[in-house]
Ligand binder design. Structure first.
Ligand code: S3P
Length: 441
């Protein structure tokens, strides 16, 4: 691999030999957002170990500070102490709260702000955020009694007008952990109980953390119910490695002949490791102690993930598997290019409202590198050709498309130039350096 040319375009040459070695991927982004926000909502000091230092999660720290929480860094290496403002006492802000590129932060904050009766906040973000819908959280919050004013009725910037909320039962039209979290947060300060019903399971970090903090939370199948909470109280929160970041290295090792890598301390929560199960089904050599489906422990399970190169066969990913691998579906398309037969992803229309339209970005991007791939309204179909030619791909400012391009380059015949590789800093600032490390061992 040669990392060359300036800050934006980086060229990833075909890997001369396999990826080898052991490393720790960055901390889990989904858990870091929750740790900072829930700590800010609590009344005491919360120690967060291994908080993710990346653009998205730094937006969350800035947002909770704007709302009055204090963030103390450098207490010990990799640790933060967050002094919360309490569930009912966030400060009003003079300027809009800037969520940067983070859709997760944009969907979580309104849940907290909507319960602050008689007060208002405006939320805004970057150009990608301004294209992402907020009606999915506005709808349930308005049913609870809040008022949300959004640009064109559904886009940022938007203003949350807090009110005394009532508990509701909300059947979510799509499985979204972001929406589930928003409604559960609002439910903690509503009158009576609030129940969220998911069509299929989505990541459950919020439920695990809130239950640990003493919130009255019940799970019955696809129903999660929460009751009013006076204050949240946390002991320390430990953030394991992010399985979504690990997935890029897993894919690289699965694709490049001669590879064998070990990724330490990866979150093994069953609602996050759908991709590893898909890779196994495609014939990939993946080992690790993965949590059994349906498990619900207070603490997030961790495992070392070991991956070796293997030849792959096509597969179909659909239905209940989609939310469990939602951020890794672009990588399924890439693996499909190298697999024997057809790889199909369907029921994944949610990909159209991610940082970019990820169906379009993946289909156009991989096709430009020589893939035989077609988009469908809710996914894509890839016919494996045993490899990829290479060429040029634009990240479109999306961190996961940037990293997809890099992995494609290592496994390709001619290499790939990724325009806008700096987008990786949203979740994995050291990605290019980590790849280089695994390639020189
Ligand atoms: C996230 C949930 C997912 C995921 C996003 C992070 C979360 O979104 O795509 O990257 O932390 O809850 P949806 O639950 O809306 O699909």
């Amino acid at each position: 691999m040669t990392a060359s040319t300036g800050t934006e375009a980086v060229r990833f040459d075909p890997a001369p030999s396999g990826l080898r070695g052991t490393l720790r991927v960055p901390a889990d982004k989904a858990l870091s957002h929750r740790a900072a926000l829930f700590a800010a909502m609590s009344s005491g000091d919360v120690r967060v170990r291994n908080y993710l230092d990346a653009a998205d999660t730094n937006s969350t720290l800035a947002a909770v500070q704007a709302l009055g929480a204090r963030v103390q860094r450098g207490v010990a290496p990799g640790e933060l102490v967050i002094h919360g403002v309490g569930l009912r006492a966030p400060q009003e802000t003079a300027a809009p709260i800037d969520v940067g590129n983070s859709g997760t932060l944009m969907r979580f904050l309104p849940g907290w702000l909507a319960v602050q009766s008689g007060r208002s906040w405006t939320i805004d973000g970057d150009a990608s955020i301004r294209r992402r819908p907020v009606d999915r959280v506005a709808l349930p919050l308005e049913r609870m009694g809040a008022r949300i004013e959004a640009r064109d009725g559904r886009f940022p910037p938007f203003t949350v007008h807090g009110a005394e909320l009532r508990g509701i039962e909300y059947a979510m039209p799509v499985a979204s952990a972001q929406v589930k979290t928003c409604v559960l947060i609002a439910g903690m300060a509503g009158a009576g109980e609030t129940t969220v019903i998911e069509p299929v399971p989505s990541r459950d970090h919020t439920e695990r953390l809130l239950a640990r903090a003493g919130a009255p939370l019940r799970r019955e199948g696809l129903r999660v119910t929460i009751g009013p909470v006076e204050q949240l109280a946390f002991d320390a929160i430990d953030v394991p490695g992010d399985p979504s970041s690990a997935a890029f290295l897993v894919a690289a090792a699965a694709l490049v002949p001669g590879s064998r890598i070990v990724l330490e301390d990866v979150n093994a929560n069953w609602t996050r490791i759908g991709f590893l199960r898909i890779v196994e089904r495609m014939g990939g050599a993946v080992a690790g102690e993965l949590e059994a489906p349906g498990a619900f422990a207070g603490v997030e399970p961790v495992t070392a993930v070991e991956v070796e190169h293997a030849s792959l066969r096509g597969t179909t990913v659909a239905g209940e598997e989609i939310p469990l691998a939602i951020d890794e579906l672009p990588l399924v398309a890439l693996l499909g290019c190298f697999a024997e037969g057809e790889t199909v992803v369907r029921d994944a229309q949610e990909l159209r409202v991610k940082e970019v339209d990820r169906i379009e970005a993946v289909v156009d991007g991989l096709r430009g590198l020589g893939a035989d791939i077609e988009g469908t309204p809710d996914g894509f179909v890839v016919r494996g050709t045993g490899g990829l030619r290479g060429g040029r791909i634009s990240s479109r400012g999306d961190h996961r498309i940037a990293m997809l391009g890099a992995v494609a380059g290592l496994a390709s015949r001619d290499g790939v130039e990724v325009d806008g590789m700096d987008a990786a800093a949203v979740s994995y600032p050291g990605f290019t350096a980590d790849l280089a490390t695994l390639l020189t061992r």
